[in-house]
Write a protein that binds this ligand. Sequence first.
Ligand code: SAM
Length: 246
Amino acid sequence: MTLYKALLAQLFGLITAIGINPLLPIAYSGLESFLILQSSTAMLCSTLLHQRRWWLIIHILFLPSALTLHSLELSAHWYLLTLILLTLVFWGTIKGDVPLFLSSTAVVDSVSQFITKESAQHFAELGAGIGTITVPLAQQHPQLVINAWERAPLPWAINVWRSRHYANSRCYRGDLWNCDFNQYDVIFAFLSPAVMPELGAKLQTAMRPGSLLISSSFAIPDWEPETIKQVNDLAKTQLYCYRINY
Ligand SMILES: C[S@@+](CC[C@H](N)C(=O)[O-])C[C@H]1O[C@@H](n2cnc3c(N)ncnc32)[C@H](O)[C@@H]1O
């Protein structure tokens, strides 16, 4: 469905630009205005179709990137290779999964402090990407048992490689919803606002009472955080920390 919406938005942008661009005064009807018309209409459609916000960036960049690449006259193999790489990194994004964004080192430091404060023994990261969090934690906390859950094959493989020297870290390639949440003292997630209600509903009873959920950047609606840690990084990340009580 997500892919159909994206294609529809692009197509509508194209039709609008083809229809309106020739009607503009000659001075304004060049390629630039065609691209502006196409991408802004695609973005508007995407918003009206309730696509997630990151699609706006894709809609701005899609046609200009396609034209630029076309003008470079690259061999078809490069397109195939790029497609394979993007598919392996953004595995479930087309179906609505959260894409890969990396946490800052300041976030890693804050999570590490929580691990120490909680005297945590078992830690899980939901959507661990390339191990930005789990690799330094495995190094800093050799006694901590770390489970990194990641669905996209390439980030997972990179994390497996980066974690190869740390016996305390295990990378699972799979859907985070299949994780046994009950076994962890601390769970960290950096996902998206769209999944937070579902995550909250699931973790409310699936996590152990007394355990801690740290959600980077996105709050769980209607949940009262025990603390909100303001991280001193470029994105001014906030860590929403929820104590599980039921
Ligand atoms: C915003 S990135 C965070 C990456 C990493 N945790 C960090 O903080 O640097 C979200 C990650 O979650 C992964 N992801 C999204 N949905 C998932 C799912 N249902 N199961 C497992 N991983 C998922 C994505 O592939 C992506 O790598």
